[in-house]
Design a binder for this molecule. Structure first.
Ligand code: DAH
Length: 338
């Protein structure tokens, strides 16, 4: 009987040493102290022990029971202290953490914010305008008369009567000039709409950023200076800027602005079509008729304007080859830009 008690204690010590959870501890308690447990069992067997040995053995069993209870209690405390509150106690610190699904800005928002803040640093004020426009602001006031062929390049969603979905952000130039006295120095981000068939490079809704600066004595040199600073900050210090003569009804003279390819540095690659240059915006000196539509005297004031596509810049910057990716809301795509 005495050997049995020694072995029982050994077995218990081993069990408790290997126990790492409360559930496990509970089953050990039942195994030894439960109604059918090992200690209860030896108490029952006490009846068969010769009478002269009974007091000693009885005392030993009691002692064992006390030791087992104490160890169980101590182990329970140990597990409680080491465990994270609310967990079951079976806490494996080597498991990877459950990550929280944290939101991230859309790549178009990242580019829009970056472009706007670069102009804000140069003193421009962010302004927004309505997406539902009138023919007057979208066309006429910008020197695009009804029958003028240039209207074709601004194919437009008409709503009703003279209302339409703006096909560019340029109408906001007029809205601001009407309200404010020069100096006017604004940057206008926003959505624009054109009835284009959707493909890898076209979407019926996309994003533009418009810029306008009107003051006394503004020249093309100011335009070049501002845009050169901007392109260097956006694409890197080594970026060169090139102005190519172009035509827009609302500017005279007009230019298309290219930057040296920020992928190949100008030597020629697939992104720049081997030319070394990438077109990123349209710009020019505000046409006197446009100043007039904005109630500004073109004899006293002059200004420059520019407009760029946010989607296009984001595609170039991140090497995205399909504009539709911006609008599918696939988290596997949008999460890559946080
Ligand atoms: N509104 C033109 C477009 O949507 C872009 C543009 C070109 C805006 C030249 C300007 C500008 O302000 O000066 O294609």
């Amino acid at each position: 009987m005495e050997d049995k008690l020694i072995n029982l204690k050994k077995a218990f010590d081993e069990d408790i040493a290997n126990s790492s959870s409360r559930e496990n501890l509970e089953s050990i308690k039942i195994k030894y102290l439960g109604r059918k447990g090992a200690v209860t069992q030896v108490f029952k067997e006490l009846g068969q022990v010769p009478a002269d040995k009974k007091p000693v053995i009885g005392q030993k069993i009691n002692q064992l029971k006390g030791e087992i209870s104490q160890s169980l209690e101590a182990k329970e405390k140990e597990l409680e202290n080491g465990q994270i509150s609310g967990s079951t106690g079976n806490f494996d610190i080597s498991l990877p953490a459950i990550t929280k699904d944290v939101g991230s800005p859309h790549p178009l928002t990242i580019v829009k914010d970056e472009v706007c803040s670069l102009f804000v640093e140069m003193g421009f004020k962010i302004v927004e305008g309505p997406e539902i426009e009138t023919e007057h602001y979208n066309f006429e006031a910008l020197n695009i008369p009804l029958e003028h062929p240039s209207r074709e390049s601004f194919d437009t969603f008409y709503i009703k009567d003279k209302f339409l979905l703006r096909s560019h952000t340029s109408p906001v130039q007029i809205r601001v000039m009407e309200k404010e006295e020069p100096p006017v120095q604004i940057i206008v981000p926003g959505k624009v709409y054109r009835p284009d068939a959707v493909d890898a490079s076209h979407s019926y809704m996309f994003h533009q950023i418009e810029g306008l600066l009107v003051d006394k004595g503004i020249t093309f040199a100011h335009l070049k200076g501002v845009l050169s600073v901007f392109t260097k900050k956006l694409f890197g210090e080594k970026t060169k800027t090139r102005f190519r003569p172009s035509f827009f009804p609302f500017t005279e003279p007009s230019a298309e602005v290219d930057v040296s390819c920020f992928i190949c540095g100008g030597t020629g690659c697939s992104v720049c079509g081997q030319s070394g240059w990438i077109e990123i915006l349209g710009a020019g000196m505000v046409h006197p008729k446009v100043l007039k539509a904005g109630e500004i005297d073109s004899k006293e004031y002059s200004g420059f304007a520019f407009g760029m596509g946010v989607d296009r810049i984001a595609m170039l910057k991140y090497g995205i080859n399909d504009i539709r990716l911006f609008y599918e809301n696939d988290l596997r795509f949008t999460k890559q830009f946080s």
